[in-house]
Write a protein that binds this ligand. Structure first.
Ligand SMILES: [Zn+2]
Length: 216
């Protein structure tokens, strides 16, 4: 009857019979101590993103929140799930880093570039107003209009930078940064290539994370 649920349950059984037994110590240890995640990752709800996989993080390492477009409303704008996650992660769990992770082929970014596409989706439309300033920042530059893919690429980056700005308006974040206890970064994950670009230290530029970086 419910083939999707059955498929999910098949995955649970596989986890219980293969993955869990092979890593039982890890899970038992994770359950025996309070969580102390080092980082908060704010990323898109897109089904093709797997924060633990791309950062190779084990249980307990990442505090994660996901939403359409990896958005963080500025403090006081829309006090809800994201604001609570940020406050809890920074003030209670004392994460030392917050990363906002956008991605290629993001439906939310494409919707922003297509006025009217969210007319039948009032909740999505309202939520995406948290990214409108990025749309202005990604406007075509120069005399000729940009190609669509270039504009999408720029909007995706500008949106990540905007959400980092919004993050800094949260008192918990501003306080921890002032005390030198917290750093922020912005990422863009390329679904098709596995490449991750990062913007660090309040720089606007994004640079690829490379294998050579680790060796240096
Ligand atoms: Zn997305």
């Amino acid at each position: 009857m419910d083939s999707v649920l059955n498929e999910l349950k098949e995955g649970i059984r596989k986890f219980q019979t293969e993955i869990y037994p092979a890593n039982a110590q890890l899970y038992v240890k994770a359950a025996s101590v309070p969580q102390e995640p080092a980082a908060l990752i704010i990323t898109c709800a897109d089904s093709r993103i797997d924060p633990e996989l791309i950062t190779q993080s084990k249980p307990g390492k990442l505090f994660v929140t996901r939403n359409v477009g990896n958005l963080v409303p500025a403090y006081g704008e829309m006090m809800g799930g994201v604001s609570a996650v940020v406050e809890y992660a920074v003030s209670a769990l004392k994460v030392r880093h917050v990363a906002v992770c956008g991605h290629t082929d993001c439906g939310a970014m494409k919707a922003l570039l297509t006025p009217g596409s969210t007319d039948g989706l009032p909740a999505v439309k309202g939520w995406l107003t948290n990214a409108h300033a990025a749309l202005s920042a990604a406007e075509p530059r120069g005399e000729t209009a940009d190609k669509a893919d270039e504009r999408l690429r720029r909007l995706t980056q500008e949106n990540v930078l905007l959400q980092l700005q919004h993050l800094r308006t949260h008192p918990s974040v501003a306080g921890a940064m002032a005390r030198g206890e917290l750093t922020l970064s912005g990422w863009v994950y390329n679904i098709g290539t596995g490449e991750v670009l990062t913007s660090e230290n309040v720089e606007r530029a994004f640079h690829p994370v490379t294998v050579a970086d680790a060796a240096a």
